[in-house]
Ligand binder design. Sequence first.
Ligand SMILES: [Zn+2]
Length: 244
Amino acid sequence: MTIYETLLPQREHLARACRVMGKLDVTKSTYGHISMRIQAPGPGGDLVLIRARGPGESGIRYTAPEDIILVDLDGRKVAGRDDLHVPKEVFIHTQLLRARPDVHSVLHAHPATVMLFTICDKPLLPLFGAYDPQALRLVRKELSYYDRSILISDDDKGRTLAEAIQSSKACLMRGHGITTCGATVEETTLTAIRLNEVAELNYKAYLLGNPRPISDADLEAFDQGKEVEWASYWRYYCRLVDEN
Ligand SMILES: [Zn+2]
């Protein structure tokens, strides 16, 4: 059995995360990819599973385990179907995985509402937190910004993006999209979903009037709050895509 075949459970997991992104309209059509580090001791270094592009792809909403290919940390294809190729922006993933040993999964997508905030230089405000304190923490403490609108199509551009991201969980890329990262595929995907929800709510609040951020006193109270467990969120989203 090849290494690619033994990675079927990981490919199934990654494909489901892609379907969640499509189902929630965080990204549409054929755009967007999520990756997962495969630790491989030895001279070649770690490998990466990533949603592929190309004539044979299914589109993000319908991603199957066969749409996931294996690449190395230089962004070269190692295994996968002949009608699939490495995404042009694979360097977002490979350079972030190189720079951050704590990161085991990276996501890149182009959610329109988040993009609007980067285009118009409007800040994402801390508007809610009671039912989702992690969304509040994300917008206050875990965001970074990348000011260029270019395609991240080589190692140098990937390195520059990784430098902008530093130790953050999510990056707003001007006139382009988002990159999120985390220790697991679940964490990375849920961060992207939260970021999109924060942007959607901010957008509607700006349309309705003058959004009023949560007061400093209430923000301080949230800082004392406990971490919300993520497993039930993930189960919900998996069921959402597995049922149809
Ligand atoms: Zn992109």
